[in-house]
Design a protein around this ligand. Structure first.
Ligand code: FAD
Length: 485
């Protein structure tokens, strides 16, 4: 008999959360904390979605998306999770850039960037301050037609080197390009510039285990290996979900599955207005990624001056097309020193990440696919040798992942690393206007992606659900007292 992953699950919950990415986890935790009956369904055997890790023999634990997030995570983790989680967030102090235009190390905050731009790049101070202020002031209400390229050119015309310094890390952080709306750049860039780049001490495994423990304390019913097949909607409102052959009734669904998957596969376009379907169809996905995971032999170490995050590129200029090309010229190396996991075996690991297009990998025949992955490992080792000399003699393990890997583990359409482009935000916001009780929370619109964006979006949607359920409750109470009077 196959194991029943829904054993003893109830037939009805106040809320069903589909997917355990950081948005799904946060929504589930907030709603359970507010006293609702919450069922969390995850198709994979692990919680976390893209916030995940894997182990290899020899005590090596590789993080997939723990490379850096803004300081805002401290406040969000303290409010929506626990003090222990918030207190484990530490700064990455050495952010390095190395490309044909410049080489430098920075703490990646406004003070240091201002100094660098004025002293090293010789930019007019008025332009530097004006740019930071303009980026800081941006919010959702702003003009959405100005592109990031136009914003940067307004303050730094003709300065390709400056634009590269300001843009390269954000393109890596959320896939945004010079052609995307400037607000998606400005909000994320300013978040980082407030205090720098931060990480979670103890690794993603520790974070997700702490979150799981907190959700259990709050009473979330957590189920892995539960692949939701359908969200059932009738009469303009959500009624139940179909999962592992069971129908579970609910008053509200928060889908953390990819926006397009939610609309077109889990619900079905026939229940939505035509205009909404057209808008949803037009939403573009963000790019995907390739990664190479490398572990040094147990007794080997790397000088910490090598950096925590290193944006390396051999491309003469910064161009979106080049960042996505199979001919890789730009790699972001994350260095994990033994302090990353003080509780584990002391290990030095390196993860190289590169933005990539799903279509470049999707249809490769198996032998070509495997050969391309091996080539990715080899060319990455060649590039890394400049920063970690004799790397080939020093590694104990190396392997690669591709857009196909990300799609396989998270069911993200086209393995999108950062959800959708900007237009996905409105479609996600509008979902409950189409079907009462149906919400989406997860990487959309660049702004709501990444660890901080996803977590904050989960919290926002949880309060919308809370409002809906509280209104339903007070209407039911009023009806009961009317009957009783
Ligand atoms: C290579 C890489 C590097 C990154 N680096 C960083 C970084 O340094 N800093 C940063 O802030 N962000 C980074 N990110 C982005 C960040 O990890 C994501 O934006 C964020 O974790 C996404 O969270 P989410 O809530 O949108 O859900 P996701 O992580 O996308 O999770 C969705 C979950 O839903 C589940 N699911 C889907 N369909 C179903 C179904 N039908 N039934 C049940 N479950 C389902 C999936 O299995 C998954 O667990 C990176 C991402 C990648 C891929």
């Amino acid at each position: 008999m196959p194991k029943d992953f829904l054993k003893d699950a109830k037939d009805e919950y106040d809320v069903v959360v589909i997917g355990s990415g950081l948005a799904g986890l946060t929504a589930a935790n907030m709603l359970a904390r507010n006293g609702y009956n919450v069922l969390l369904l995850e198709q994979h055997y692990k919680l976390g979605g893209m916030a995940t890790w894997f182990k290899r023999p020899g005590g090596h634990i590789f993080d997939i998306s723990l490379h850096g997030f803004p300081y805002g995570m401290v406040k969000s983790c303290r409010r929506y999770w626990t003090p222990e989680i918030a207190d484990s967030i530490v700064q990455l102090k050495h952010i390095r850039f190395d490309n044909p235009m410049f080489s430098l190390t920075t703490s990646f905050n406004r003070d240091d960037f201002t100094k660098l731009l004025i002293e090293q790049f010789q930019v007019d101070p008025a332009a530097v301050h004006g740019f930071f202020d303009a980026a800081r002031k941006m919010d959702f209400q702003d003009d959405q037609h100005t592109t990031t390229g136009e914003l940067l050119n307004r303050f730094f015309p003709g300065r390709e080197d400056v634009i590269r310094l300001l843009m390269e890390p954000i393109t890596y952080a959320n896939g945004s390009t010079l052609e995307d709306p400037a607000i998606s750049y400005g909000i994320v860039f300013s978040n980082f510039m407030s205090k720098g780049v931060f990480t979670f001490q103890g690794g993603t495994d520790r974070l997700i285990h702490l979150m799981e423990a907190e959700m259990r304390r709050n009473g979330v019913d957590i189920r892995i290996k539960c692949d939701v097949e359908k969200i059932d909607c009738q009469g303009g409102r959500v009624r139940s979900v179909t999962v592992n052959g069971r129908t579970i009734k609910t008053k509200a669904v928060v889908s953390n599955a990819n926006l397009k998957q939610t609309i077109f596969r889990l619900v079905g376009e026939e229940v939505f207005d035509r205009d909404y379907v057209d808008e949803a169809r037009a939403v573009r996905l963000n790019n995907s990624s390739t990664q190479v995971y490398m572990a040094l032999k147990p007794d080997d170490t790397i000088e910490e001056s090598t950096g925590d995050l290193l944006f390396s590129s051999t491309a003469p200029l910064f161009r979106t097309e080049m960042l996505l090309s199979r001919e890789i010229t730009s790699r972001t190396f994350s260095f994990y020193y033994p302090r990353t996991r003080p509780q584990g075996k002391p290990r030095c690991l390196i993860v190289s990440s590169t933005n990539a297009r799903y279509e470049d990998w999707a249809d490769l025949p198996e032998d070509e696919y495997q050969a391309s992955k091996q080539d990715l490992v080899e060319t990455t080792l060649d590039a890394l040798d400049k920063y970690v000399p004799n790397i080939r003699d020093r590694i104990a393990h190396a392997e690669a992942s591709t857009p196909r890997t990300f799609q396989h583990y998270t069911h993200h359409v086209a393995g999108a690393s950062f959800g959708t482009k900007f237009e996905g935000l409105q479609v996600s916001f509008d979902l409950p206007k189409q079907i009462a009780g149906l919400y989406h929370a997860g990487s959309v619109g660049i702004i709501m992606s990444g660890w901080l964006g996803a977590m904050n979006y989960g919290r926002m949607v949880a309060s919308d659900v809370d409002n809906l359920l509280a209104t339903n409750c007070s209407q039911a109470d009023a009806a009961v007292s009317e009957v009783g009077s």
